[in-house]
Structure formats: C-alpha cells, structure tokens
Write a protein that binds this ligand. Structure first.
Ligand SMILES: [Zn+2]
Length: 326
C-alpha cells in the first residue's frame, strides 16, 4: 500500500477498511495497525486540497454565499454551547482566537461575554457576513500564516482538524502560537459514535477520522495535555479541552486499533436503527427542523441587533474613556 507514514505514530502498516465515500465515489480508507488512526489511503497534497476546495466551494455554497438564517441560528446556538461548556475551565479575561471561524458566531458569543475574541476564516462569503453583520474581528486567513510567537491564550479549532492533510503539522503549529499557560479546544466528528452504516462513514474532505483515544494521543504528542473531555460516548462529536505541556513522543494506546475496528464492523444499519430512542430522536429532529424555519428569521434579527448594540456601547465607552483621559 502506498500510504507512507501514519501522521500520529509514523507507523507504516495499514489495513484497508473502505473503498467508497458516503456518496459512493471511490475513496480508499485505511487504519493504522499500530495506533488505530483512520485516514485516506492516499493523503491529498496541499495543491490537491486547494484545487478541491476551489471547486467544492463553488458547488456546495452555490446560492449560499451568505449563510442562511437557519445556518446562522444553529451556529449561534453552537457558539453558546461552546462558551457555556468552556467557561468554568478558562480565565474570564482570556483572549480567544478561532481558526476556521466560519460565520464567526462563536467568536462573537465570547466577545459579548467579555472576552477579547478574533478569528480567521478562509471562506469569503462567511467571513464577510461575520465582519459586516455580526461586527466580529474575523478576517480572511490561513492557519499557517499566523505568527508563532507564543502569544495566544485560547485557540479554538471546531470541525477543522479532520480537513488537514497533516493534523500533526496543524497542532504543532497551534502549539507554537500559544503561550505555555495557553489552552486549546478542539471539536471534530467522533468515528467511534454510532453511525448509520460503514458506507456512510467516509468523506473526501475528512482526511483523518478520530476516536477519543486517537485525538488525545495526537494532541499529547504535539505538546498538549487533556484537561477536560465534554459530551457522552454516544456524542457524534469529540469535544476536548487541552492545556499546554511539553512535547513528547506519542504514547500509543495499544487498544485503539482493535476498538476502532470493532466500532467500524459494528456500524451496520440494523444496529443503528435499533438504537434505543432512535425513533424519538428522529421525531425530535423533524419537529425541531420545522420550528427552526419558523424562528430563524426573528432569532437572527435579534442576534444582529444585539451585536450592533454591543458595538455602539463599546464605542461610547471608548469615547468617554478618551475624553476623561484628555
Ligand atoms: Zn499510527
């Protein structure tokens, strides 16, 4: 097999676990037999990825250069969830920096709660919306252009790590942006969560697929220490907060390969549909989808007003501070 080296453990022994993506297109997926990290058989180069996003961007955001109200509402609620779960674990004045900030809702929620907050987002449409409607400090930018000056206090990476061709390179880079007392929050899909079926698991854009153990191993070998894991075992997303520590050789969890294989082999449609609460959770999904349509417009209007009010208050405060200083 041509897959060269595992990004987590540098291992070279892989087992093929899939040859189609979730849309039925050819895509080879492999698991590292040493550490259990799941990745594409062929890791795309930077050039291939740039080309993919240039075309993918045109296709999937066609007609949605500005995000829909439903998308903004969901992103805002997600930002509130992230803020609420991190709040007990971070300094109340920690400065926040989000890599891949999307619409910028999370950045704004932190700002409204008294944090200095900013971010970078490569997608033009979402970044424009973020700056113009939510009045965030989110600029267009790439992770690898950021200064590695150990000045950052809290870096957020939400549904981004799975898109890197080398998550190790990304995490080591983020570590070099953070101060030694800094923190790093990462969220990504959990391949160990219950899935519809094995054929729905893989996606070209998700180059690496993590279990709780493989994400923890990778981060720890890039100079982080797990501080807190959020969500249940069944949660479709991994949510982990790390503090900074010394970089160390990867400590391999020898059970991760077997456990990941078990999860993948168990991911059959029957098992998924027989999950307890499957039907009630489907019903909840359908009804909340309808409700979303009805409430999104008002919700987003309120959010935008709140952002503008906050900006006006901040401006007034700055003016009066300038006056009293003069
Ligand atoms: Zn490995």
């Amino acid at each position: 097999m041509e897959h060269k080296q595992c990004d987590l453990c540098s291992g070279t022994k892989f087992e093929k676990i899939g040859n189609r993506d979730r849309h039925g297109n050819p895509l080879e997926s492999v698991i590292c037999k040493t550490c259990g990290l799941v990745a594409h058989g062929q890791i795309p180069t930077d050039e291939e990825l740039a080309r993919y996003y240039a075309t993918e961007y045109r296709q999937s955001y066609h007609g949605e250069l500005t995000p829909s109200e439903r998308r903004v509402m969901r992103a805002w609620k997600n930002g509130e969830r992230i803020f609420n779960q991190l709040q007990p674990h971070i300094n109340s004045n920690a400065e926040v920096f989000e890599v891949g900030a999307g619409i910028g809702c999370t950045v704004k929620v932190f700002e409204l709660n008294g944090h200095r907050a900013s971010g970078i987002e490569p997608g033009e449409g979402f970044q424009n919306y973020s700056q113009q409607k939510l009045l965030t400090d989110v600029v267009r930018g790439d992770l690898f252009e950021q200064p590695r000056d150990h000045s950052r206090e809290l870096v957020l990476l939400v549904h981004v790590i799975e898109h890197f061709n080398s998550p190790r390179r990304a995490l080591e880079y983020i570590r070099s942006m953070l101060s030694d007392t800094g923190q790093f929050y990462v969220e990504c899909p959990n391949i160990a969560a219950p899935f519809a079926r094995r054929s729905k698991m893989f996606h070209y854009a998700h180059i690496h697929n993590f279990t709780p153990s493989s994400l923890k191993m990778l981060a720890e070998s890039c100079g982080f220490k797990l501080e807190q894991q959020f969500g249940s075992k069944e949660d479709p997303n991994l949510q982990m907060l790390f503090s900074c520590s010394e970089k160390s050789e990867p400590i391999i969890d020898p059970t991760n390969y077997q456990q990941t294989m078990r999860v993948i082999n168990e991911a059959t449609p029957l098992r998924y549909h027989l999950r307890p609460y499957y039907f009630s959770s489907r019903l909840t999904k359908v009804s909340s989808y309808l409700k979303e349509h009805l409430t999104a417009r008002q919700f987003v209007a309120d959010v935008i007003q709140q952002c503008q009010q906050h900006a006006a208050n901040t401006h007034k405060k700055t003016l009066s501070e300038t006056r009293s200083a003069a």
